[in-house]
Design a protein around this ligand. Structure first.
Ligand code: HEC
Length: 647
């Protein structure tokens, strides 16, 4: 999923022409004071192209009271602002920030009688993204009555793309600037906010939960309920779920570009809680800097003791460290193989004591057998049992798109593009484990080529079927992205194929003869046969008829999919008919009283729990719009109108 994710970010940077801040002295100061470390691949220093992905507030904070204070010594306030605005390419504090609306409940809010709505991002261990009737508290008949109950705006941000999780009467959710929130599920007020590090893209995991515990259960020695999540700086955080107090943090990979993008999963193993963390990276972005020694990152799964954060083992997708492969035209050492990051939440199979995950493309040559593959590893030792690669020869990185018109990424620099370079058609989203009839289990995985694969977990991942649904989009954000949903043996595949004129030049034979498709598609997990298709051109009412990128989610009889124009839709899971739609890109009034708006729906996806639907809106992206809201939708009690939405 590496390219999909990174290109979305890149595309946001390239194609959303943010009002570029008045550069001031930023460029000169950066060249004098920062470039020595941040453009030359100095150990642990994030490459400039990565700094450009941070908010100006974040860069300013790093210089003023964060890790770069020493490097910023002697710079006055104006100069620090200039550097921050130059790197982020937008003005500081462009969106005036309104104080958060705090809850008045004090510390008594945490309700042990309300367990977490899901085990994590995938709802269950199989990553099936199906919420059972009791947990959902919402029926197919009620869906059309959903109305806005409250809206929360992430202060000053331009993206909202993580998956909310509910527990204890709160919504736990992470933000673009690395903050984690516990918001009251009923009203949206803030119980606590924790100021973390890098952007949080996945969901949170909350455990342990003591069924039947009273409100004071923890005080009686039943243990601290914990929140776990990973961030875009490659750090995993463990917090006290009641207070947001940090218990431990750990950087799970030494590489400066490492990131935790997929949600970790938690499992009790012989009395010990183990957190399995998927590791991906931004290095394919760093590769767009001509002097960058590309590339050395290798994807991995890291197992941690959840109580202490101690590392138990780490299994790399590419077993041997990258080796020098010669020199680039700009004189940097070329390294490889690299890449094969793990971009989604791993899948657990207790029957086989296995953990499954899928990988993205290689970053540099030589392309190897570990990219675009489904892996099975041992839950206890991390040892690789088998892997099944669906597309070989796929080494590529951002420098391969350098000739794009208007690119901020070192225009004209293709120095680090591997030759030959691949189409970048990662496996995106995790392999879903579906327990079939007669004990036959199936793993279902999807790729950016719009292709879905059925694999046999009992036979070393042997291919059972392949269904090509769409064209996908080479080198970019096309085809299938973040996650499918399931109901029984039915798999729901959201698809988005961009009119990708920018990337046509890089399209290869891998895409020849296929048709672009946008919409939602249902397959039979046993055979891969199409059960129904809901094409965007047939159901959409607006001009754009956008495709679906966000991870889908199902409840009995209904599957929810989010489109890149901000439309959230509920489809009948038996027929594909649209039951309801809701425009999340509209302007809303938040509890704090400010007006804020959503935008593109993409990323981790939504949550349905306890009769409510929670969704982040505002991914930005190629054909989309930024936004910064979390919306809570509910069926209003009879006779009481929900708050009006302002347009
Ligand atoms: C001596 C080398 C060096 C210089 C000079 C330097 N940096 Fe850094 N910078 C680093 C390293 C190393 C890190 C990673 C720190 C870590 O991971 O703890 C970093 C991290 C950062 C971060 C991310 C901080 C965060 O929020 O975690 C920003 C932003 C940053 N640098 C900006 C700058 C700017 C702007 C300048 C110039 C004023 C600068 N740096 C100068 C080495 C340097």
């Amino acid at each position: 999923m590496s390219r999909r994710a990174t290109v979305f970010i890149i595309a946001l940077a390239i194609l959303v022409p943010v009002a570029r801040a008045e550069p001031g002295q930023g460029a000169t100061l950066f060249a004098e004071r920062c470039a020595g470390c941040h453009e030359g691949g100095a150990a642990r220093a994030p490459n400039r192209s990565l700094l450009e992905l941070l908010t100006p507030e974040r860069i300013y904070a790093a210089l003023s009271h964060g890790p770069m204070q020493a490097q910023a010594q002697g710079l006055d306030e104006r100069q620090r602002r200039d550097i921050a605005e130059f790197l982020a390419a937008r003005p500081l504090g462009a969106e005036p920030s309104i104080p958060l609306k705090r809850c008045s409940a004090g510390s008594a809010w945490f309700d042990w009688r309300k367990p977490p709505s899901a085990l994590g991002w995938g709802i269950d261990r199989g990553n099936r993204r199906f919420v059972a009737a009791a947990a959902a508290g919402l029926t197919a008949a009620q869906v059309p009555q959903l109305e806005l109950a409250w809206a929360f705006a992430y202060p000053g941000l331009t993206r909202a793309a993580s998956e909310p999780l509910t527990a204890a009467g709160a919504v736990f959710v992470g933000s673009q600037d690395g903050d984690a929130y516990a918001l009251d599920a009923a009203t949206g007020c803030v119980h606590w906010v924790y100021h973390g590090g890098g952007e949080i893209r996945g969901a949170m995991v909350i455990a342990p939960w003591h069924a039947g515990a009273s409100r004071t259960g923890a005080a009686r020695g039943r243990g601290v309920p914990r929140v776990y999540f990973g961030d875009n700086f490659g750090v995993v955080h463990a917090l006290d779920a009641r207070t947001g107090t940090v218990l431990w943090t750990l950087k799970v990979d030494e590489h400066s570009a490492a990131r935790v993008y997929g949600t970790p999963v938690l499992l009790e193993r012989s009395g010990r809680s183990v957190l399995y963390v998927p590791v991906a990276s931004f290095e394919e972005v760093a590769a767009s800097t001509a002097s960058y020694p590309c590339c050395t990152f290798r994807g991995s799964i890291v197992a941690l003791d959840a109580a202490t954060g101690e590392r138990l083992w780490k299994t790399y997708t590419i077993p041997a460290a990258s080796a020098a492969q010669g020199q680039t035209r700009s004189g940097a050492t070329r390294f490889g193989p690299s890449g094969a990051g793990v971009w989604s939440s791993p899948t657990i199979d207790l029957r086989r004591n296995a953990l499954y995950f899928s990988t993205g493309n290689n970053y540099s040559g030589p392309a190897d057998g570990n990219s675009n593959a489904v892996f099975a590893i041992d839950l206890d030792s991390g040892e690789v049992r088998w892997r099944h690669q669906v597309l070989a020869g796929d080494a590529s990185n951002m420098s391969c798109y350098a000739p794009l018109p208007g690119s901020r990424f070192s225009l004209g620099n293709d120095v680090n593009c591997p030759a030959p370079f691949g189409p970048d058609l990662d496996l995106t989203g995790p392999p879903i484990l579906i327990q079939g009839t007669e004990g036959r289990d199936i793993l279902v995985a999807g790729a950016k080529s719009g292709t879905v694969y059925g694999l046999d977990p009992a036979r070393e991942g042997q291919l059972l079927w392949t269904t090509r649904l769409s064209r996908g989009t080479a080198t970019s954000a096309g085809g299938f992205f973040f996650g499918m949903a399931t109901e029984g043996d039915r798999v729901f595949v959201p698809l988005l194929d961009f009119p990708m004129t920018y990337y046509q030049a890089a399209d290869t034979a891998a895409l020849a003869g296929t048709t672009p498709r946008n919409g939602l598609y249902a397959l039979n997990a046993g055979t891969g046969r199409l059960v129904w298709s809901a094409e965007a051109t047939e159901y959409c009412r607006r001009g754009t008829c956008a495709g679906n990128a966000a991870a889908a989610l199902a409840i009995p009889g209904v599957v929810f999919a989010g489109a890149v124009d901000g439309m959230l839709r509920a489809f009948d899971s038996r027929s594909g008919a649209v039951l309801w739609e809701y425009d999340t890109a509209a302007t809303v009034t938040t509890l704090s009283g400010e007006r804020a708006h959503g935008g593109t729906l993409s990323g981790s996806g939504l949550m349905v729990a306890d009769g409510a639907l929670f969704v982040n809106s505002g991914y930005g992206g190629i054909t989309g719009t930024p936004g910064n809201v979390l919306l809570a939708l509910r069926v209003p009690p009879h006779g009481r109108a929900a708050p009006a939405r302002s347009q």
